[in-house]
Design a binder for this molecule. Sequence first.
Ligand code: ATP
Ligand code: MG
Ligand code: MG
Length: 549
Amino acid sequence: SSRPTKHFIEQAIDADLAAGKAKGVFTRFPPEPNGYLHIGHAKSICLNFGLANTYGGTCNLRFDDTNPSKEETEYVESIMDDVRWLGFQWDSLHYASDYFGQLYQWAEKLIQDGHAYVCDLNAEQTREYRGTLTEPGKNSPYRDRSAAENLELFRKMKAGEFPDGSRTLRAKIDMASPNLNLRDPVMYRIMHAHHHRTGDEWCIYPMYDWAHGQSDSIEGITFSICTLEFENHRPLYNWYCESLGIHHPRQIEFARLNMTYTVMSKRKLLQLVKENHVSGWDDPRMPTISGLRRRGYTPQSIRNFATDVGVAKFNSTIDVVRLENAVREHLNRIAPRRMVVFDPIKLTITNWPDGKVEMVDAINNPEDESAGTRSIPFSGTLYIGADDFREEAPRKFFRLKKGGAVRLRSGYIIDCHDVVKDDDGNIVEILCTYDPETKSGQDDSGRKVKGTIHWVSAEQAIPIEVRNYDRLFAVENPNQTDEGQTFLDHLNPDSLSVTEAYAEPELAAARPEDRFQFERLGYYVVDPDSTDEKLVFNRIVPLRDSWGN
Ligand code: ATP
Ligand code: MG
Ligand code: MG
């Protein structure tokens, strides 16, 4: 899709390039490897990589791995997979932990220049001294240590001579600043923790603000794009670059993606996984990229969605229907059509020659002529969906009824003359005749019927398992809870129903991640749980939105 005007970030970039303030567009996507990426991250990926593509610049992937306690290599791998799957390739790969040495040297420089000091207040005292939005903070009693003393203490911190939490290194800025981030922010804390890459080399770890902007600077990033929560961190971002006199990227904030019927905080997603409310990070109901992938979303539909929702300066919540429509729209163009019968009921054609099997041609995709046709076996014993038949039906029921006629898609027009019932009065078989003059594509009978239904030939049909997924949460905003409730109380108890179905034999060749439109039902994808014995399909989305949108 295309946009008529440039968004505010592109406008800011254009202005900086024109004024010579930036020499090019060098961006980065900087995830913390503490969970799997979700659809919100996809928006940031599309934005950062997209800008680099648009302007002929570069985009790096940088793991913001400065917090050793929550980070794991598993997450690093999954993040790389997800970025590539979305269709992007980073220009270079970095880890913030690779910069620990440079950051340390810069910290010593700030100490020598009188811009940083070692503080002996503990975490709680530091909080108390910081003040509040309405009250200025108080200077730490350790604020006026000499550069020499600070340097000696800082080196001892690094050498592991002090226990966790006993001291910090702080930037010396302004305890009365109206911006709390400028009230002598902590740059380093002591943490004797094992790091996934640096092992036990460090026992002091940089705080986010100290590491982030300096990493951007080292990589020569020109536009450091982040979400709105960091707007009031920008003065600190600028302060660090200016105090060090190093390359100074421009931070620009945009509104993070929020979406209805889901949660997006990694903490909550982790809880869903750890407490087995879902089958894993890639459960097809998860808003993670790996979940959307397993659900059957195409990378292009996610990129189209990101373009469609655009880039804004104010937070809002996007209706999940827009994501669902994006995949519907893409799959309508590319997904081959197949016939699959749920809740099957037997239909016998009483005037069909005994044992005869006839191949009929079916169009693979009416939206794409190049997709061609396939042939499907037609016989005297078929299955149709029980829903498509009523013994007695209102006039507006255009499917099959007793005494009525319907076209079998790509087959013939049939007339229903009777039903067979079991002892309890349930219909177990529908009896019809076919009209030999009405074969699809060769019909010059002039006969017209209102309805067309799908079917499979009983003998050749293959049994499949279908997992009909629905939204994971039953309410628009699962984060909003009453007292004593958590977001888990809003889980949709009907988010998964598993059924057996019969598919036309062509589907036997389908492989994991192949996507189809099951005619008149919805879009489905082959799940990796499939075996040689049985294919498993996940519902991506129904053909139309059944939630009334
Ligand atoms: P969470 O709050 O879920 O833990 P995070 O922001 O801490 O997310 P990071 O791994 O630090 O996660 O995010 C990497 C990048 O993705 C950051 O630049 C961040 O701004 C961006 N990002 C994260 N969530 C969203 C979102 N919902 N919408 C847009 N961008 C996002
Ligand atoms: Mg973060
Ligand atoms: Mg986070």
